[in-house]
Design a protein around this ligand. Structure first.
Ligand code: SF4
Length: 216
């Protein structure tokens, strides 16, 4: 396992390369980010953006979404996986925001997790990206990257989240989530990590590093 000073070094390097990392999901306000994150479960940010670009021109508040209705929403997001369930959740979630939160996205985990389609990971994305809380939303990228690096040996996202909250120096916690996701998406990819491009290759403990760029 990496020492705390090695972990600090990783985040120092990532922070120099990208001082202000953020989500690649497109959104207009906290509500549209919440919708985009719900849509992104088991789907790519690119695929979600393609559908929401037009949708968010017409619909950007819970009230507008409820008026838009489930059938139209299904049509608008039909290119996204599980769109039937996601449409149902988004309409219900919008109704709850209107009835219980004055149409606003709540700023606390318990209220967020009570919304349909919103689990711990989505709640953490909102708390981090909208409200600036130093929390980490662990997805498959973060689980893989942090295990390979030697930051933790977690088997589940929750285990990883707890370990990362303990081990990542507090000054890097605010952006750690996006640094790790972007690193996993573009460099430390699942099938073949691009270790030959990796800015933290000298610190990483992964034994099967891919140090040669293939020609194909
Ligand atoms: S060296 Fe390779 S395995 Fe390690 S973090 Fe970088 S890309 Fe991932």
């Amino acid at each position: 396992m990496l020492s705390i000073s090695a972990i600090e070094e990783i985040f120092k390097k990532l922070s120099v390369l990208n001082p202000e990392p953020t989500t690649e999901l497109e959104y207009k306000n906290p509500y549209t980010l919440l919708v985009a994150v719900v849509l992104s479960a088991q789907s790519t940010d690119k695929g979600v953006n393609k559908a929401t670009r037009t949708l968010f021109e017409k619909v950007s508040t819970p009230q507008q979404m409820v008026e838009f209705g489930e059938e139209k929403l299904k049509q608008a997001i039909q290119t996204i996986g599980f769109y039937n369930t996601k449409a149902k959740n988004i309409i219900r979630l919008s109704e709850i925001l209107i009835q219980e939160h004055q149409g606003q996205v709540p700023q606390n985990r318990a209220a967020l997790e009570q919304l349909p389609g919103v689990g711990r990971k989505t709640a953490n994305v909102i708390l981090n990206t909208v409200f600036g809380k130093p929390v980490i939303a662990v997805d498959t990228h973060i689980l893989r990257v942090t295990n390979r690096l030697g930051i933790c040996t977690a088997k589940t996202p929750l285990e990883a989240e707890k370990a990362l909250m303990e081990k990542i120096p507090s000054k890097y916690l605010q952006h750690a989530h996006h640094w790790l996701i972007l690193h996993g998406r573009y460099i430390c990819q699942a099938r073949k990590p691009k270790c030959y491009l990796c800015p933290v290759v000298d610190i990483c403990e992964y034994k099967e590093k891919n140090l040669v760029k293939s020609k194909t």
